[in-house]
Design a protein around this ligand. Structure first.
Ligand SMILES: Nc1ncnc2c1ncn2[C@@H]1O[C@H](COP(=O)(O)OP(=O)(O)OP(=O)(O)O)[C@@H](O)[C@H]1O
Ligand SMILES: [Mg+2]
Length: 261
């Protein structure tokens, strides 16, 4: 299991006339070993950009990203791929590949160029598909699956990768309520170090050990769900009125949006 640290990180996209456009500033964020950490914030606040910095896609303009104390950008892309698995918002266009093929791609970072898959690799793929409830779809074409099924296949691929750190960009956005809950319960049981962005704040509240709130490219709050998810902060950050009380059946806050305040 791994630990992740973003230390005073900033990131700028380069604009047409070479001017930096700062999209992330002064980000301090940590995921300890085995911790499940959520990242919440409005559309365009910088969640995906921050996650991209954490998995060695966006190179920080300032500050650093370290995994187990090693600076990601001092290591090779393969080093990162062997330790960090990612499930993104967008789906890859895997035309012609079966579900099993897509999940088996999770082995790639651990293989040499001419290594073929072993019986143990095949068993891992089968187990991962079982874990996401898609054993029946093993031989279906990936392209023909529904959005929610694709999401689950990509999670299975990430699990096959045997990561020390899992990064998930809105992992539940295509899933129906049953699979939202099943997926998050399953992820929690795995006990992996995880950093995930969420739009559904009730899911974030129920499943995350800690939350970071991002707005305008800056972390504006962090702490346990109860510390972070207050009526005032939700109004401040999302501009929406909410009732926040204790969930009657679970040990977490409950958010009820108020449509006509
Ligand atoms: N490579 C890039 N070049 C220019 N601007 C970018 C780039 N990547 C992201 N942005 C801008 O950065 C801002 C934050 O985008 P980002 O995708 O990180 O937001 P987000 O919080 O993930 O939003 P959402 O909730 O809609 O997924 C947006 O305004 C986006 O247009
Ligand atoms: Mg995003």
């Amino acid at each position: 299991m791994s630990s992740l640290k973003l230390n005073d990180l900033s990131w700028a996209a380069t604009q047409a006339r070479g001017q930096p456009h700062w999209l992330l500033q002064n980000i301090d964020l940590q995921v300890d070993e085995g911790e499940f950490v959520g990242l919440i914030g409005p559309n365009g606040s910088g969640k995906t950009s921050l996650l991209r910095c954490a998995y060695r896609f966006n190179q920080p303009t300032g500050g650093s990203v370290t995994l187990d104390g090693q600076d990601l950008w001092q290591q090779t892309p393969r080093w990162s791929a062997q330790r960090i698995a990612v499930v993104l918002q967008e789906f890859p266009q895997e035309f012609g590949l079966s579900v099993t093929d897509v999940v088996a791609m999770g082995h790639t970072p651990h293989k040499g160029l001419f290594d073929s898959d072993t019986a143990d690799d095949a068993a891992r793929v089968e187990q991962a598909l079982h874990n996401v409830g898609l054993t029946q779809a093993a031989h279906h074409a990936f392209a023909t699956l529904s959005g929610g099924e694709k999401q689950r296949v990509l999670l299975a691929r990430a699990l096959v990768q045997r990561p020390g750190l899992l990064i998930l960009d809105e992992p539940t956005n295509h899933l129906d309520p049953r699979y939202q809950l099943e997926l998050l319960r399953h992820l929690r049981q795995l006990g992996l170090s995880t950093l995930a962005s969420f739009h559904d704040l009730n899911l974030a509240a129920a499943f995350c050990d800690r939350l970071y709130v991002i707005a305008g490219g800056r972390i504006v709050a962090h702490g346990t769900p109860s510390e972070v998810l207050t009526t005032e902060r939700l109004l401040q950050v999302f501009g929406v009125h909410a009732l926040v009380d204790a969930h009657p059946l679970a040990d977490c806050p409950r958010i009820t949006w108020i449509p006509h305040p």
